[in-house]
Design a protein. Structure first.
Length: 326
């Protein structure tokens, strides 16, 4: 029998996980022939709620779900996992910016990074979701030198999906007709959704929409979509975030189509002048479980200026958490 893939998930009794765990157990990341084991981590007061989530997972009788571990011990959760999804953190409430959370959540990620370093599989694929996601991933990477740094990533796939959806709606086209969308930078309001290379049914998106819309409506709508969802629902995006994580991991494991790419926040290799090591969102293509940053795109002055502003925000976040980086 195929060995199950072991997936650690933190914050497993929270909102995002309530939409995400069932998708993973159904095979949506690793495919229809690959059994999975779920290692679910929560803080002690949430273990009762986590038990309820386990009951519901059991009640789905997923054929691919091998076993479920529920724990408040990070070592138990992270030992020898193939993938680790770091969702658990304080969510942003109404009126809060992500950076307000930086110090509180940073401590969680330095501690989990140390534990992953001690008990983790060096090739473990990591996706950080808890905000501020890029900087939390940066903290985790600094505290987990035994883990392949390329494998420490953060989620901007929700932003990528939001951008595709906005462009499809503007051009009256189908989601599947849109290719080569890009999100540059931080998962924050400084992110740079960019249609410069996107095509809609084979036609350049920039020929189908006017520049004013692309610069003055599209970018802020995508960048502030998280806040719009909070305003409408009273709490942050959950089901769409869960879907973004599943897409991020499924692309990483299963690859991207030859004529398309996805956006992932990954350690910069210096492409586009972004500081090496910063966790920055780039377009990537993926083959055989390994991603490659698309590093040869012509970037307009307008976009470049915004990319640099997002980098600056990440540098400042990095400086704020300097004490958590070793
Ligand atoms: P919830 O508050 O519903 O769930 C978070 C869960 O994490 C809680 O059950 C809590 O007990 C648990 N937790 C807290 N500290 C923990 C620790 N040290 N170890 C293990 N578990 C811990 O939040 P939810 O809506 O699920 O959001 C989770 C995180 O995702 C938040 O930081 C949120 O801001 C972030 N988001 C990130 C997005 C992205 O695209 N990167 C989009 C959605 C969301 O805003």
């Amino acid at each position: 029998m195929t060995q199950p893939k072991r997936v650690a998930i933190t914050g497993a009794a929270g909102q995002i996980c309530y939409s995400m765990l069932f998708r993973i157990a159904n095979g949506d990341i690793f495919g229809p022939d690959q059994p999975v084991s779920l290692h679910l981590l929560e803080i002690t007061p949430a273990l009762g709620l986590l038990e309820a989530v386990k009951m519901e997972l059991d009640d789905c009788a997923f054929p691919l779900l091998n076993d479920i571990v529920c724990t408040d011990d990070a070592k138990t959760a992270l030992t020898k996992v193939d993938a680790a999804l770091f969702v658990g953190a304080k969510p942003r409430g109404p009126g809060m910016e992500r950076s307000d959370l930086i110090t509180d959540n940073g401590k969680i990620f330095s501690s989990l990074g140390k534990t992953l370093n001690e008990v983790g599989n060096p090739d473990c694929k990591v996706c950080v979701v808890g905000n501020p996601a890029n900087t939390n991933a940066y903290i985790l990477k600094a505290n987990a030198p035994n883990i392949n740094p390329r494998n420490i990533t953060a989620l901007t796939r929700l932003d990528h999906n939001r951008a595709i959806s906005q462009l499809a709606s503007k051009t009256g086209s189908k989601i599947a007709d849109i290719k080569q969308m890009v999100i540059w930078g931080n998962h924050s309001t400084t992110q740079v959704p960019d249609i410069s290379y996107a095509s809609v049914n084979g036609k350049a998106a920039s020929d189908l929409v006017d520049q004013k819309w692309a610069q003055e409506e599209f970018i802020p709508t995508v960048a502030k979509r998280g806040a719009a969802v909070i305003a409408a629902r009273g709490s942050s995006s959950a089901a769409s975030a869960a879907n973004g994580v599943v897409d991020h991991m499924a692309s990483w494991v299963q690859g991207t189509p030859k004529d398309d790419w996805v956006s992932m926040a990954v350690p910069s290799d210096g492409s586009y002048g972004i500081d090496e090591g910063l966790i920055y969102s780039f377009p990537v293509q993926i083959e055989n479980g390994d991603y490659r940053i698309i590093n040869d795109l012509d970037v307009s002055d307008f976009i470049r200026e915004k990319m640099m502003a997002s980098q600056q925000e990440l540098r400042e976040e990095r400086d704020t958490v300097a004490s958590l980086l070793s």
